[in-house]
Design a protein around this ligand. Sequence first.
Ligand code: ATP
Length: 326
Amino acid sequence: MNDVILDELYKNIGKYVTSEKMCEKLGVSRIAVWNRIKNLQKLGYKIEGKRSVGYILKEEAKDILIPYEIKRHLNTKIFGRRIEYFRLTSSTMDEAEYILEKDPDSHGTLVIAEEQTSGRGRQKRKWLSPKGENIYVSLIYTPKNMEVSDSIAIMFATSIAIKEALSDFGIEDAKIKWPNDVMVDNKKIAGVLLETRSEAGVLTNAIIGFGVNVNMEEMPDEIKTTATSMYILTKEKIDRAILLSNTLFYLENLLNILSNEGREKILDLWRESNNTLGRKVEVYSDGEVLVGLAKDIDKDGFLLVDTGNDVKKVLTADSVRFVNEK
Ligand code: ATP
């Protein structure tokens, strides 16, 4: 019902729409319309009502992250055409998992939350997810023609899509730390998490999660020295609905390339966008530390580290630190 009201108000933005017209469109009473309008005002819509004239939407929404606003800006074919919205959830990854379990045909469904109580990164590390300021989403993706060995390329594509969307908002210098952290000035602005299902080496389903620090004015103490946000960098409040729609658009294109043309182009785009190759790194893996030069990625996207004695392949479960950085 909200969508019908918003359609009508947006069609007539800056002009009054009579209550009669709203009642007629919705087939409900004036009181019911008024209650809906109050809810929309609470969400942040600048709607005014005048007795015996009607309702007016004064201006376009700014940063109201609800499915209606995301879809208003969306240019994708499939990604985000179905959206499951949560004001609060443990983790969008869990919700997406549950949706996929119930409905194996949910390719392209986007799960979004305003707040997560147990947002997670890789290896079950915590992803801080305060309310109303950032993007926390999971996308259900059913790949065509992909193998388990394409998994890192899916992560790469997601980080590249986020990097492109950041550049739409003037953040041109984002770089990707292997495999998938999006960094600006060596601080993390976005993270990507991939969970996959496979059968006999064929990738049957993936849940692609990502979090972007958007409008946080200050970073929480735990990550103050290691993380940043778009607001901290630009001093501007960003419309998350536009940022997310743009990211999904880039991601859909990149994953189509991966699916139709194979990994090569995505790996090259990652090479152009990374901050890891050519640097001295420490790799923590199962209690062991390995030090060497991040030389290149292999054909699957694994990091190759030259220790001086030999070249070691780094797994995505391992933790990479730049030497001389905490
Ligand atoms: P690390 O950053 O510890 O090297 P990682 O690169 O593998 O690990 P992830 O596991 O993807 O990162 O993300 C979890 C880590 O990111 C946490 O351990 C924490 O250091 C950091 N982190 C948590 N919340 C945020 C956030 N909102 N923004 C940026 N960094 C965060």
